[in-house]
Design a protein around this ligand. Structure first.
Ligand code: GUN
Length: 281
């Protein structure tokens, strides 16, 4: 039997309407409009697309946004000075510095300079620590989007075998933490994992975030498993594809996310959710 396709676009439309309603309420009850500052340095084409999407997403739910597009040769001091200015700007609740930054800039120092109260990416060490102890202010956008998709599909994580492939600070590690907070039994796999196929086959919920096209094949998936594909790979012919061999795995899985149209739309919304949470405080 073929898997149920998790339609991220459809689910995100519903969540977007809820967020727009929250923005409206904030304005009515507290007289405040959430504000997001998006900082982009240089002219990376993919980053430009992401930033344009973020501005569009904000406008759709009524969040005020400002863009700061800096030239590639911006110095560390100039960028830090901008972060300081945004930290104290009262109409700005969230600050997002689009990554990657040009090589000469120190990404870590920039992230740590953002006020933890405005860190809507949840990349600041203080927010990462809060995620670890289950006391979150902001949730990292991709893992939070995955959890919303799982919840919206009526899947209960409690007691399930959860396997996360990938251990990045942005996706894999926080993803594992959120599944753990939902009482899943969590395993994190990576490039040095032995018997990856066998570990994956144990999973009731398999989240894949490694950035390798079609890496997860049908023989790695248990019958009826929930397969969440965080991958976003550009093939030579220009097409987008995930980390999961969708056509083959959908014949084995119980639920599966497509790429595009799965995790991506939910990830985008979680940034808005964090910005609204920052403004509501
Ligand atoms: N570049 C790619 N993904 C992201 C993200 O989630 N946040 C930021 N700031 N930059 C990114």
């Amino acid at each position: 039997m073929s898997a149920k396709i998790i339609n991220g676009k459809e689910i995100s439309a519903k969540v977007r309407a809820q967020l727009a309603e929250e923005v409206r309420k904030l304005e009515e009850e507290q007289g405040t409009t959430p504000g997001l500052a998006v900082v982009i340095v240089g002219d990376d084409p993919a980053s430009r697309v992401y930033v344009n999407n973020k501005k569009k997403d904000c406008a759709e739910v009524g969040i005020y946004s400002e863009e700061y597009a800096l030239p590639a040769e911006t110095t560390q001091e100039e960028l830090i000075a901008l972060i300081d200015k945004l930290n104290s700007k009262t109409d700005i609740d969230g600050i997002l510095v689009q990554l990657p930054l040009p090589k000469h800039l120190d990404e870590k120092a920039v992230i740590e300079r953002i006020s933890p109260d405005k860190d809507v990416d949840a990349f600041h060490a203080q927010n990462v620590g809060k995620i670890m102890i289950g006391d979150y202010k902001f949730l990292p956008c991709t893992p939070a989007g995955v959890m919303e998709l799982i919840r919206e599909c009526g899947i209960d994580v409690c007691g399930k075998e959860c396997v996360v492939i990938g251990r990045s600070n942005i996706v894999g590690k926080p993803m594992a933490m959120l599944l753990l907070h939902s009482n899943g039994t969590v395993t994190i796999c990576h490039s040095r994992t032995k018997d990856l196929k066998e570990v994956c086959r144990r999973a009731d919920i398999l989240v894949v975030a490694i950035g390798r096209a079609n890496f997860v094949t049908a023989d790695m998936v248990k019958e009826g498993a929930v397969v969440i594909d965080v991958g976003m790979n550009r093939l030579e012919d220009g097409k987008l594809c995930g980390d999961v061999d969708f056509e083959a795995v959908k014949e084995v899985a119980g639920h599966i996310t497509p790429v595009p149209g799965g995790v991506g739309p939910m990830t985008r919304l979680m940034l808005l959710k964090n910005t609204i949470a920052a403004a509501a405080r």
